[in-house]
Design a protein. Structure first.
Length: 438
């Protein structure tokens, strides 16, 4: 029994490590741009970790009202970084949290209606979206392998040795190990890589020494929220964009876990996400969305049980109350995370390709949907300044490769499959029409 608990906690901690860098980088960027003090920034990182844990537990706890019940991790959305900095700089930090509160309520209220759009997500759309998610994450992993954006030693032999070493360890474990060892291959790779980095003098313990052991959670830490119309509209758009990204994650996990995701499931998933965003506003954290990097980890480890995600959510909650313990995870060098991320993000691409295997590619229309959506998603990721001259409200929908590619897939599917006499083009639909004809 104790052995099973240890395995569950270990794989759960692996999920925490997979999403930790993405979760922490958002408060660091936003807090730095808004010139927060070290104490305020420490609180922002810690409360973000706690809120990620609570949001994850809300989503995995499937009940009558909310929770999709899939092995999904929630974290702060990168889509909100630019808008939050702009709102905070122009209207003050209190306007950020007023807008987040309203956007969370908005998502809760519209969840029932957004879920009815699931019929517009056949395999040609969901497969394209998941593939786009993976492809747009790969450049992040490659950049981290070199040391991360702005690092003084970017692309150094040391960083490359560490990152490729971690990737090699993960590959070797998956080749020669079985069972539990294979399931925690990412975690083992990160641990070995961090130990090696410590011997190379690349691990800085100063941040851990400066962090306190415990802190209390304070609602409205940055003051009572204020409500400014343009800020609210901006954050509502961010929330809608997050729902689009989350839909791809939910459908990908449904495919991995062999579970059909129905309209009611999506409704409860969206509602849980709305509640998470609302709680983020109360505790001065962030808007939350499903994290795609953890999809690759589920696929790679083959561990699909929700118990692991409950453990991961619990770990994040504990880290949120213990800043010093949470700071230990910041010791992991960026290059080490990059090596592990290549394997995880690549598995997301593989999941998308697997989903596209259900599509009838004898139809030219489906080839065009995949070609244009993947091309747009990857193109915007590589050349994000293509839409730089558009108004800010529109750029929210275009500056993310995931969103741009997803919208392209949805619109083209409407044009070619929904607004015509043909049904959405997947293999099962084609076979059904052939049987009816005979």
């Amino acid at each position: 029994m104790q052995g099973n608990s240890f395995k569950t906690l270990s794989i759960g901690f692996q999920h925490v490590l997979a999403m930790y860098a993405g979760a922490v980088i958002v408060p660091l960027i936003v807090g730095g741009a808004l010139n927060l003090s070290f104490e305020q920034l420490t609180y922002l990182v810690s409360i973000d970790l706690l809120a990620c844990g609570v949001a994850t537990l809300l989503q995995v706890w499937k009940n009558k009202f909310f929770g999709i019940g899939l092995p999904v991790m929630l974290g702060c959305t990168f889509t909100a970084v630019g808008p939050m900095i702009a709102i905070g700089s122009q209207h003050g930090i209190s306007s950020i949290y007023g807008a987040i509160l309203v956007s969370g309520l908005f998502v809760v209220l519209i969840s029932k209606y957004v879920s009815k759009l699931v019929r517009f997500f056949p395999p040609v759309v969901t497969g394209s979206v998941v593939t786009i998610i993976g492809l747009t994450l790969i450049p992040v992993a490659i950049t981290d392998m070199a040391g991360g954006d702005g690092s003084a030693d970017f692309g150094s032999a040391t960083n490359l040795l560490l990152s490729f070493g971690v990737l090699a360890i993960i590959i070797l474990i998956n080749r020669f190990a079985t069972g539990f060892m294979r399931a925690v291959s990412i975690l083992l790779g990160i641990i070995v890589g961090t130990i090696a980095a410590a011997f190379m003098g690349m691990v800085d313990f100063s941040e851990v020494a400066e962090s306190s052991w415990f802190h209390t959670i304070q609602p409205f830490y940055f003051g009572m929220p204020t409500f400014e119309l343009s800020s609210i509209i901006t954050m509502v758009l961010v929330a809608i964009v997050s729902l689009i990204e989350s839909t791809g994650v939910y459908l990908a996990l449904g495919d991995i876990t062999d579970r059909d995701i129905e309209e009611k499931d999506l409704e409860k998933g969206y509602r849980a996400e709305g509640l998470a965003i609302f709680l983020g506003g109360i505790f001065n954290a962030f808007p939350y969305t499903a994290y795609s990097q953890n999809v690759g980890l589920v696929q790679l480890t083959g561990v699909k049980t929700n118990k692991v995600i409950v453990a991961a959510g619990g770990i994040l909650v504990v880290l949120g109350f213990l800043p010093k313990i949470a700071a230990i995870t910041t010791l992991i060098p960026t290059a080490v995370l990059g090596g592990a991320s290549v394997a995880m993000f690549g598995m997301v691409v593989a999941s998308g390709i697997k989903m596209l295997g259900k599509v009838d590619f004898d139809r030219q229309e489906n080839l065009l949907i995949v070609a244009c959506s993947v091309g747009m998603g990857l193109g915007v990721t590589v050349v994000p300044e293509i839409f730089a001259q558009l108004p800010q409200a529109i750029r929210i929908l275009t500056e993310s490769g995931i969103v741009a590619g997803s919208l392209t897939a949805i619109v083209l599917n409407l044009i070619f499959n929904v607004l015509t006499s043909e049904k959405p083009g997947n293999v099962r639909d084609v076979k059904a029409r052939e049987q009816q004809a005979s």
